[in-house]
Write a protein that binds this ligand. Sequence first.
Ligand code: G
Ligand code: G
Ligand code: NA
Length: 253
Amino acid sequence: TELLRDLRRAIERRQLELMYQPKVDARDGHITGVEALLRWRHPDRGWVPPVVFVPLAERAGLIGALGDWVIEEACRQMRRWLQDGLRLKVSINLSVHQLRQPDLAQRISQAMQRHQVPPGLLSCEITESAAMEDTGITRGLVDQLAAAGVPLSIDDFGTGYSSLGYLRRLPVSELKIDRSFVLDLATSGDACAIVDAVIRMAHALGLTVVAEGVETEAQRRLLNRLGCDQLQGYLYAKPMSARLIATWARDPA
Ligand code: G
Ligand code: G
Ligand code: NA
């Protein structure tokens, strides 16, 4: 299609951009890191959302190139921030197709070396459903990433069907509670009970818990009371350009 042709061109011509959304400490609100979110500025159509072009790239076999661009760009940006004296943790999103690349961990660690990104500063988010798929491949990859000093986070947690036993065996360091649970938190006793249980379970397994999509003060208070470690959402900040995030990190609004 036309959009696909444009996407190929966008990857070559640098019309893609990473925006960064802060994650903050639930207790004192200080920035703990950022999530990199991919954006495409189409010359005629304006912003095309990732929910449109990521699946398109997957079907067209372009996800490797797109994913490589994200890895490279995130590492390049981290190096720039480090040079400016800003030591910011960045997490990138991996698609299920990327998880099937046998050399993914190697590509990531090579990009980190190229840009002298210290171990632990770059982390990867994979969705719960991707983590559950293809368990053999995922397990190998996750071990390689862990060995390369790349912490792993399970995204959209609660929307899939992970078993506790499975989670315990995967060397992940963080769980991100899906936005849908956060949305219902202040109004639904069920959502509250689920989030409470997830946080207790995660802590018992030694994982850090991040809540996504925090928009209100009431949600913040509840999550804080339930012992959630970190918060991310419009209450604090929307995804921002690399330049703006550097300012925000030094002096949060
Ligand atoms: O703002 P938001 O519209 O950015 O993101 C929508 C979805 O797109 C999210 O589920 C997010 O994980 C996904 N997404 C954002 N950036 C990337 C990326 O770089 N790679 C992949 N695979 N998915 C991404
Ligand atoms: O699935 P993933 O966690 O990668 O999704 C991130 C998506 O959530 C991005 O599209 C991002 O723009 C969006 N997002 C971030 N914070 C909020 C929020 O507070 N409310 C809503 N509705 N969306 C958010
Ligand atoms: Na994510």
